[in-house]
Design a protein around this ligand. Structure first.
Ligand SMILES: Nc1ncnc2c1ncn2[C@@H]1O[C@H](COP(=O)(O)OP(=O)(O)OP(=O)(O)O)[C@@H](O)[C@H]1O
Length: 917
């Protein structure tokens, strides 16, 4: 406090007003509705909005690093999936999940920030992407999918909107809300994704191989990247689905070179078994050299992670750990947090600090390249080596210029470090004005640097003479290129191209060369007719990198040259009209089908419109949707016994050649009929019925969004935890044996979690004191307990009084062998989740219940759980001394004394239930 004694009155007044204003500031901070901070993160601004919550740019206060904060409601089941799977991934082309914060109503994910935004936006802003860039980005995406598949996870919502670009222009796969565990032979049933990216077997509602539907979506992505339009898209959803099942995409030979066509057609094979594996994809000729590099990198990463992990092994990490220890931080806790993938604040701190350190280390890299030594090395190489060494770096621009394009760097460096294979021109993309200026300035830096070296008074020096002659010869080559081709550097050409699309954004080139279109990127190739001239023109530009590496590997045969020329020739045809990409945004949601009837969004073309759709185009098209939704629905097992079987035979979209498009209209009519009836029935009949109905309607495009969300759980229940690939491998393929818990939909999961924490802590103490519950400690070791706050306990007590029900969390593991670990008869038990993000199934014993159990002389062990069925309550079972399983159900009914009763339900042994209290 400020000392007011001994000051003049004026001073005292001043001090009072300062105190007053700071008090007011604090007060307004407390009372403000605006969210400014979450955990260690300061929210800077909103950068996006997903289907289930907002996305913010935020600053991690301790490290000052930018992160992306993605928020979602606690009761959104997809956030559980997303966190569960995402936290297991540690791969350069997958966004990193640093931390998960759970607040009263929300879950916040702190993710790696990708300033490049979505690949979708990138494609839209550039209209079309060069083949080289397509190959590079697609290799990265395929690598990320290969990594996830190798971890036995399928993404199921691969699309341009779910691929972000980092600041170096590298692809980052994100949004794992529909991901699930998948074994090699597991077939899935849940229909999810975004229609235009969906494989035919999904459209036909067949059971499917999760890996193969991802491969199909990759085919859609590649086609779209190359052509700027979707392979299967029409005005109506029904027509789009029909196309997916029955038609081949239009392979415009002006846009799609033969090797790309070959790859796309394999990826988009209607028969899932004919689709290639991801290693085959990455080996494909069209993706070279990027594909092989990414494949190698992915396999190395996987093998390192499988053989005990990669954490805390590198020099950098050890150094950082040491520094943190010296600063008094609990490094053991940090290690545990990372190794157990807790995604708590310690994980966040460690991962962001590490990212900071890595950045600082890579920042040193370009500086070194400016030094005379590195220039000397480059020059020496340039002057002493013959042509065979053309790719060893000496013909590239200084490292700071080629950093972004350094494929070789990627080859040489550890794969943990995210390196870029990105052409300079794509850096910091999105707004081409912003993109291109840095590119140009880099180019001009290069020129200026070269010039200064050439004009240096010390050029008489032998070494610098070499420098001079090296750059002179390079300059000559550049001039040759200027004269022979059409303009100077590739950056210049790209820039002028982009400048054309955004007037005034880019200074025009001085040369008389005509302005090139975007598709002219890499035009350098087209006029290069021989291996020699190709080599001569290799100046380290990204556009030529492919050829450079081919040369280096002595792989440039006449054939390769031919293919290069053909490829680029196709790409660079000046007659190709650049069109706006024919793309629409595709927003993920639980089910487009569902939203069609429940939200009205996207529904202009749902029931009503699907009726009016005809393929002759006479019917007025529905208004263009802004962003159709991903969908997820479930074909329940009931489906296969229902008359509306979705085994494909009755599918409206399985249309034989002889059936005319009018059939679709019929199907649509059916669709709407069933939709309507479903909706009606759903309203009156509760969840189970809805689920069954949904199965029917999953083809028929109708159900409530809520039902669909609920149903989406049913597939996570068959998954086993994707924690250890090796362990998983030895597990049975029978998905029903899986132990992954199922999550409730009707109540927020974290609400129960809070209880779980405190109750569990309390119970553990009690149980050990009383020695009553036979839970093997070894089985509970892996469960990380949180210190429960007294407030939490109070809250629990209060809530317990209010409801009269126990506040349960399950311990499944500890009860194994006691006969209490089996599933509910309905097979839809609900378990609670621990706040550290680990899926634990913990014991729950309310005080009242414990007292009841204590009053039963013969209790051996107790488990508590509830069924997900509508209206079910938590119930407990116990083993009596004879080993019989007994059930205790809370009876929400007051006895004569006005207190809550518990019934020992003897459904097991057939005895009459007894009132315990
Ligand atoms: N890591 C990130 N870095 C930068 N921007 C991001 C990041 N993650 C998401 N965004 C932005 O936030 C927006 C919404 O994010 P996202 O698509 O992941 O949410 P969602 O709820 O999964 O939405 P949808 O279900 O529609 O895909 C995206 O358009 C993207 O531009």
């Amino acid at each position: 406090m400020v000392n007011l004694t001994g000051s003049s009155k004026v001073e005292q007044n001043n001090i009072k007003s300062i105190i007053g204003s700071s008090y007011n500031r604090l007060y307004s901070q407390f009372t403000s509705d605006e969210l400014t901070e979450v955990g260690n993160y300061k929210i800077l601004k909103q950068i996006g909005e997903g289907s289930f919550g907002k996305v913010y740019l935020a600053l991690h206060r301790p490290t000052h690093r930018k992160v992306c904060l993605k928020t979602s409601d606690k009761n959104d089941p997809n956030i559980v999936r997303e966190v569960f799977y995402h936290r297991q991934f540690d791969f350069p082309f997958i966004t990193k999940l640093y931390e998960v914060i759970v607040t009263e109503t929300k879950v916040w994910m702190a993710l790696e920030y990708c300033p490049g935004k979505e690949l979708y936006d990138h494609l839209l802003s550039l209209h079309r992407i060069s083949l080289l860039e397509c190959g590079e980005l697609f290799a990265q995406i395929s690598g990320a999918v290969y990594y996830a598949h190798s971890m036995h996870c399928v993404h199921r919502d691969l699309k341009l909107e779910n691929i972000l670009l980092d600041k170096n222009g590298n692809a980052k796969l994100t949004d794992f809300g529909f991901t699930r565990e998948c074994m090699t032979k597991t077939t899935l049933e849940t229909v999810c994704g975004t229609t235009v990216y969906m494989a035919p077997e999904l459209i036909e509602r067949k059971t499917y191989d999760g890996f193969k539907i991802d491969i199909w979506s990759l085919g859609v992505i590649l086609y779209t990247l190359i052509t700027g339009s979707l392979p299967f898209d029409d005005d109506g959803e029904v027509k789009t689905k029909w196309k997916i099942v029955n038609e081949e995409p239009n392979y415009d030979s002006k846009l799609i070179p033969d090797d790309a066509k070959d790859l796309i057609s394999r990826l988009l094979a209607k028969n899932p078994k004919e689709r290639p594996s991801l290693p085959q994809v990455l080996h494909h000729q069209f993706l070279q050299p990027y594909g092989s590099v990414v494949l190698d990198q992915t396999e190395k990463t996987l093998s390192r992670q499988r053989s005990g992990g990669t954490h805390f092994k590198s020099k950098l990490e050890r150094r950082l750990l040491k520094r943190l220890k010296q600063s008094g931080l609990d490094t053991l806790a940090i290690k545990q947090s990372i190794l157990k993938r807790k995604c708590d604040s310690l994980s966040g701190l460690w991962l962001l600090l590490l990212a900071q350190e890595k950045k600082q280390e890579t920042c040193k890299y370009p500086k070194r390249s400016k030094s005379v030594l590195s220039v000397k090395k480059v020059i020496d190489n340039a002057t002493h080596n013959d042509d065979s060494n053309i790719d060893s770096g000496m013909l590239k621009p200084p490292l700071e210029l080629s950093r972004a394009t350094s494929l070789s760097k990627m080859l040489n460096k550890g794969s943990d470090i995210v390196t870029s294979m990105t052409p300079v021109s794509r850096k910091k993309s999105k707004d081409s004005t912003k993109i291109l200026r840095p590119t140009l300035s880099k180019a001009s830096t290069q020129r200026a640097y070269t010039q200064s070296m050439v004009n240096s008074p010390r050029k008489s020096n032998n070494f610098l003479q070499k420098v001079s002659s090296f750059f002179k010869s390079k300059k000559n080559l550049n001039n040759n290129m200027n004269n022979n081709i059409y303009s100077g550097t590739r950056e210049g050409s790209v820039a002028s191209t982009k400048g054309a699309s955004i007037p005034g954004s880019f200074p025009k080139k001085k040369s008389n060369s005509p302005q090139k279109s975007r598709t002219d990127v890499g035009a350098d190739f087209i006029k290069i007719n021989s291996k020699e001239s190709l080599k001569n023109n290799l100046v380290g530009t990204a556009a030529l990198q492919k050829a450079t590496i081919l040369l280096d590997n002595n792989e440039v045969s006449e054939k390769a040259m031919e293919s290069t020329n053909t490829t680029t020739g196709l790409l660079l045809n000046e007659n190709i009209r650049i069109e706006e990409p024919r793309l629409k945004r595709f927003k993920s949601s639980i089910s487009s089908d569902i939203s069609q009837t429940s939200t009205g969004n996207y529904d202009s073309e749902s029931v009503e419109n699907s009726r009016s759709v005809s393929l002759d185009g006479k019917v007025s098209p529905p208004p263009i949707r802004t962003r159709p939704l991903s969908e997820i629905s479930q074909i329940s097992n009931d489906t296969y016994t229902s008359e509306y079987s979705t085994d494909g035979n009755n599918s409206s979209f399985k249309i034989s050649d002889t059936i005319k498009p009018s059939y679709i209209r019929k199907g649509s009519e059916n669709t709407s009929q069933y939709s309507a009836s479903s909706e009606k029935m759903t309203n009156g009949y509760g969840r189970k019925f809805v689920r069954r109905d949904l199965s029917i309607i999953s083809t028929a495009s109708s159900a409530s969004e809520r039902s669909s969300r609920t149903d989406s759980f049913y597939d996570i229940t068959t998954a086993s935890p994707a924690i250890n690939a090796e362990n998983r491998g030895s597990r049975s393929n029978n998905s029903k044996e899986s132990v992954l818990p199922r999550f409730g939909t009707q109540r927020p999961w974290t609400g129960k979690r809070a209880y779980a924490t405190s109750r569990h802590g309390k119970t553990a103490r009690r149980s050990s004191k009383r020695g009553q519950f036979k839970i093997q400690s070894s089985n509970t070791d892996s469960i990380i307990q949180e210190v429960s706050s007294s407030e939490e306990e109070d809250h629990n007590a209060l809530d317990k009084k209010r409801t009269g029900l126990p506040t349960p969390v399950l311990q499944n593991k500890g009860l194994a062998g006691n006969g209490l670990d089996e599933h509910d008869e309905d097979g839809d038990d609900e378990y609670a989740i621990h706040t550290d993000g680990e899926f634990s199934v913990k014991p729950q014993f309310s005080d009242e219940l414990i007292d009841k159990q204590n009053s039963l002389s013969n209790v051996k062990a107790v488990a508590t759980k509830r069924s997900l069925s509508e209206g079910s309550n938590w119930s407990s079972k116990y083993l009596d001394s004879d080993g019989n399983r007994q059930r205790i159900s809370p009876m929400v009914e007051k006895n004569g004394e006005g207190s809550v009763g518990y019934v020992a339900d003897s459904s097991v042994d057939g005895e009459e239930p007894k009132l315990l209290l």
